[in-house]
Design a protein. Structure first.
Length: 371
């Protein structure tokens, strides 16, 4: 039995990754469960996720170790730093026959440097605890080479002990049969559409995207489609409402499947200050769509082959971002759609599942040899 752990289940890239892994493991006849705390309207079909802490974090922390002891999964995989510390701490005492694998999907340094006050203190304490606990795990994973290097540096771990397994994002089914779940918000004409898909939060720098789009609109006809929800949503809505090109912008909130929306767009833009990986870049490439991203830590450059498969611009530079968008419109920087689709196959669900299953076998061997 494999358990994939999540502190909460919401609409995000990490949840899609866990669903892809679970479904990939099931195709390989593995027994797998996604165990999450609260249901915050995340993706998936009925029964794919088991919720054990509807009352919040304390219920999760108190109940999870006892549940692992009772049900005895062979491997648990955690992607949440605080839960990683917690389940690793209790393993030898309560469930010594269970292997713990810690998968790092997000930057450790980015959120901590951006935080203030109590949140900053909390993240510092979690980092300190991870330094002591993660050496007791049976497997460590980072989703990019750059993130593995940061993980080793931040947590004082040997880089050789961290395996890089890219996020499982591309299936063999493709996007041809998928349909947009609601009406396309723009006229059916040849005006280019830039799309952003993801959480609307400060580190994603929607303000930078908006500034760049305004610059582009001064010289080129273009439209902007924003998919997602989050704390910046109200600000984005205000920018659109106050603009002189409101009819050429759309803020649609969360959609169940962003791929068909990407497939109908001209280019995807990811203007973040930091990323763990950059899932949407791979998803857009799988649709044959042009991609533009800030060269932020830690995933975009690796995903885009150092700029071979998409444009990379300096972090926080609206003018450079606007120029990259103009390059797409002018045809100065275009990657062939087939090359983009081929590149996306490097991040396949099959490859990730095989890599994880190999790691699980080694983790169980390591557990038996150590304990």
């Amino acid at each position: 039995m494999i358990w994939l752990l999540a502190s909460r289940w919401e609409a995000g890239g990490l949840e899609r990754v866990q669903l892809n892994l679970a479904r990939g493991f099931k195709k390989r006849k593995c027994s797998v469960s996604i165990i999450a705390g609260r249901d915050l309207n995340g993706p998936g079909d009925n029964g794919e996720v088991t919720f054990i802490a509807p009352r919040g974090a304390w219920q999760m922390l108190l109940g999870l170790p006892l549940r692992i002891r009772r049900e005895r999964p062979r491997v648990v995989v955690t992607t949440s730093n605080d839960i990683a510390v917690w389940v690793t701490f209790w393993r030898r005492i309560l469930y010594p026959s269970t292997a713990v694998v810690v998968a790092q999907h997000l930057s450790l340094s980015g959120p901590r440097r951006a935080a203030r006050g109590f949140v900053r203190l909390k993240l510092e304490l979690i980092r300190w605890a991870m330094r002591g606990m993660l050496t007791r795990s049976q497997g460590l994973v980072a989703v990019s080479v750059a993130l593995a290097a940061e993980m080793a540096s931040e947590l004082k771990l040997p880089r050789s002990g961290i395996r890089v397994i890219h996020n499982p994002l591309v299936s063999t089914e493709g996007v041809q049969a998928r349909h947009i779940s609601q009406a396309w918000p723009f006229p059916h004409d040849d005006v280019p559409v830039f799309i952003y898909a993801g959480r609307l939060s400060p580190e994603k720098r929607l303000d930078l995207l908006w500034e760049a789009f305004v610059l582009v609109r001064a010289t080129h006809p273009a439209r902007l489609l924003i998919l997602g929800q989050g704390p910046e949503g109200a600000r984005v809505a205000q920018w659109i409402e106050r603009s002189t090109f409101q009819s050429d912008c759309a803020l649609l909130g969360r959609v169940e499947d962003a791929l068909p929306w990407m497939a109908r767009s001209t280019a995807l833009v990811l203007p973040s200050d930091y990323e763990g990986f950059g899932n949407v870049l791979v998803e857009a490439m799988s649709c044959g769509v042009q991609v533009i991203a800030t060269d932020c830590p830690h995933g975009p450059s690796e995903v885009l082959g150092g700029g071979r498969f998409g444009q990379l611009v300096p972090v926080g530079d609206a003018h450079a971002l606007a120029q990259a968008m103009r390059n797409v419109l002018n045809g100065r920087r275009q990657v062939a759609a087939e090359d983009l689709r081929e590149r996306s196959k490097a991040f396949s669900i099959d490859a990730a599942c095989e890599a994880y299953l190999e790691l699980f076998s080694l983790a169980i061997e390591r557990l038996q040899g150590r304990d």
